[in-house]
Design a protein around this ligand. Sequence first.
Ligand SMILES: C[S@@+](CC[C@H](N)C(=O)[O-])C[C@H]1O[C@@H](n2cnc3c(N)ncnc32)[C@H](O)[C@@H]1O
Length: 278
Amino acid sequence: MTDVRSTLTTQLVERGLERREANWLIDEFAPGLDPDFFPVLDGAVVRRLAGEPLQYIIGHWPFRSLDLDVDPRVLIPRPETEELVAHALLALSRTNDVSPLIGDLGCGSGAIGLALLVELAERGVAATLVGVDESQDALAVAKRNALKHALSAASFVQSSWLSQVDESLRGRFSLIVANPPYVGSEEYRELDPVLRYEPRGALVAEDAHDTPGLADLVEIISTARAWLRPGAYLLCEHGYQQGDATRACALAAGFLEVETVADMAGHPRFLVARNPAC
Ligand SMILES: C[S@@+](CC[C@H](N)C(=O)[O-])C[C@H]1O[C@@H](n2cnc3c(N)ncnc32)[C@H](O)[C@@H]1O
């Protein structure tokens, strides 16, 4: 069996796959090395060699402790967004809210909000999640992921940012977290073409305040405060060059304790802002 496995891996590497990816595809599509499954494996290899992201071919991907379904209707969750979840947990712990209401704006696959629900439950905190996305397609994937992980405290709303969220929730969120589109259209044209497999609307935003790709962040930062409890937090992921502009926007919106947090690579990537306590 080991020989069959290593021969198969070598064949896939010779066709142009990285060894790690060859092994992933074998595990996914021909785990028992049954030759009946080789045509399915071959189909997956052809898709990968054509440039399609591995995550869409496999159809699921790990995000923190969750295995999330992903397909071309949603952004593939990124490792730096896992860091955003860690910062969100820290912020929430400072609020001392025992049953926090969380808003995940631009929820995509549901990655951020669903991971928060699970990790808060592990800490004995029963949170409730409202996931928001303007894309009905993305919401279908997020709902499937909530079902997959039996997360009944999650609900989802089709809305452009907070515009269609139930008015009764104003002033009730302990945390609003967002990983919105923040790539300017010029930058998008220069990025790795593999990103074209992901929904453009998940990546590209209009410019604002002379900053490429800032418009969705501006909209979120300038409207979120009204939806937060006193002392609650807004956290947003943003591009390397958007730290100054997002902090300025948060201060202009009346947030306190406004800071930019760097990712593991040392790049300024996350806005953390607190609603004044009263
Ligand atoms: C960068 S993706 C983030 C997806 C997911 N939160 C993650 O971190 O993997 C941005 C998401 O925002 C959504 N989006 C774009 N414009 C929006 C808008 N005006 N209102 C709500 N959601 C929007 C996209 O459909 C996409 O799912």
